[in-house]
Design a protein around this ligand. Structure first.
Ligand code: ADP
Length: 444
């Protein structure tokens, strides 16, 4: 089991997975597109195999190509990373049916939690608090339901992801057209036009809970993260633990997440995402995969989540007991993108010079190196800078120092935006919610 691992992803997460596999002495195969032959993990893997052209629909999203790559390379397990096929139940099913191990939960769990309507139905049944909304997809009662919830409401695509497939509706007159538009957009983007209705929470924070479960019934949580700083519903800065949550509330939501995992027969790493407003949690979705922001949790718990995912896929037991998990200090992560700090336009190109920050408490997850060419075809994430210290202010100051040290020449990056943001008084004081960054950008 997992005698050879195929990494079906790219960039920093592919490197992250490769490093974990190496520490477990699992031979690795990097599956890469024609545009990615120079990626750092492709050079470092024991073997590599091209799975198709640059266009991800023909490579990283191409299920037959990846299964063939597993067969050809003699891999018996696959780590999907995040994005791409990581939450595609058909892929997980195909892997399972081919007799290989999928590093993640079962295809049926991915299918249920991947659809936000069935995920909310499950959450409600399992006892998790959910955002009030339509029971299931919108139907002829939608006007009545919206009236009952009170405007503003939000129309969301059942298969939506990456912050897309959402429309806020402020009045009954806008409702029908918002539904139609979201249905159309969602059909094109996600191949599913199902939409549902939710109360639009006006100033919540985004708080999520990390869980880990094995095939032997052991389930633990690794605390929470605050991912409220977002642009276009996508996370920009994340931190652990979340600030200002009453201990009692915290323990209650952790227990509810563990109970939900038990009912799901959940296996591997997973995240329950909530909006948090006026001391209340509201479930929005579950991610059945490793997340971009997992290093902040690793930094405060000292636990290697990716290594544990691999161990769990090998049927090993999680040996860490809940009571052994003690959070140490505070960690903050900045997502560094190849994009302009002002216009947010993508900026692919050749890295002419590059310096990674270092020193105590600084972690850099990046696949960059001098002369590497950032291709234009994929997500613009090029690095994650994570700092941990004994308290939040020290972690913030450390991050400020680390970002000052870092430079990337040859392409535009959003480093400057991060430097400004972590010096913003509201960031320093922790007084922000999910609208904060958008409002700040509007003010410019
Ligand atoms: P995705 O799968 O695209 O990430 P989510 O359902 O996780 O979508 O929501 C992403 C973000 O969108 C949330 O963190 C929040 O900022 C915003 N959002 C989603 N639902 C609501 C809601 N009911 N009220 C207010 N904001 C919301």
């Amino acid at each position: 089991m997992l005698s050879k691992l195929l990494i079906a992803n790219r960039g920093e997460i592919a490197l992250r997975i490769l490093r974990a596999a190496k520490e477990l002495k699992i031979p690795t195969v990097a599956a890469y597109s024609e545009a990615d032959k120079d990626l750092m993990h492709v050079k470092m893997a024991d073997e590599s195999i091209c799975i198709g052209p640059a266009d991800s629909s023909q490579s990283y999203l191409n299920i037959p190509a990846i299964i063939s790559a597993m067969e050809l390379s003699g891999s018996d397990g696959v780590h999907p990373g995040y994005g791409f096929l990581s939450e595609n139940p058909d892929f997980a099913e195909k892997v399972e049916k081919s007799g290989f191990d999928f590093v993640g939960p079962s295809a049926s769990v991915i299918r249920m939690m991947g659809n936000k309507v069935s995920a909310k139905e499950f959450a409600l049944k399992s006892g998790l608090p959910i955002v009030p909304g339509s029971s299931g997809a919108v139907d002829e009662n939608v006007h009545e339901e919206a009236e009952k919830l009170g405007y503003p409401v939000i129309i969301k695509a059942a298969s939506g992801g990456g912050g897309r497939g959402m429309k806020i509706v402020y009045s009954p007159e806008e409702l029908d057209s918002a539904i139609e538009l979201t249905q159309q957009e969602s059909a094109v983007a996600f191949g599913d036009s199902t939409v549902y209705l939710e109360k639009f929470l006006e100033n919540p924070r985004h708080i999520e809970v990390q869980v880990l479960a094995d095939r032997h019934g052991n389930i633990i949580h690794l605390g929470d993260r605050d991912c409220s700083l977002q642009r276009r519903h996508q996370k920009v800065i994340e931190e652990a633990p979340a600030l200002g949550i009453k201990e009692e509330k915290r323990q209650e939501i952790y227990e509810q997440c563990i109970e939900a995992c038990r009912q799901l027969d959940y296996v591997s790493a997973g995240t329950f995402e909530f909006l948090y407003e006026n001391d209340n949690f509201y479930f929005i979705e579950m991610n059945t995969r490793i997340q971009v922001e997992h290093p902040v949790t690793e930094s405060v718990t000292g636990i290697d989540l990716v290594k544990l995912q691999l161990r769990i896929a090998r049927d090993e037991e999680i040996k860490i007991k809940q009571e052994d998990i003690v959070l140490k200090g505070h960690a903050i992560e900045c997502r560094i993108n190849a994009e302009n700090s002002e216009t947010f336009l993508p900026s692919p190109g050749k890295i002419l010079e590059y310096h990674a920050p270092g020193g105590i408490g600084v972690r850099m997850d990046s696949h960059l190196y001098k002369d590497y060419v950032v291709p234009p075809y994929y997500d613009s994430l090029i690095a994650k800078v994570i700092c941990r210290a004994n308290d939040r202010e020290d972690a913030r100051a450390r991050l400020e120092r680390a970002l000052d040290e870092m430079y990337v020449l040859g392409i535009d990056t959003n480093l400057e935006m991060h430097r400004k943001l972590i010096n913003d008084p509201n960031f320093i004081n922790g007084t922000f919610n999910i609208n904060y960054l958008e409002n700040l950008n509007k003010e410019k």
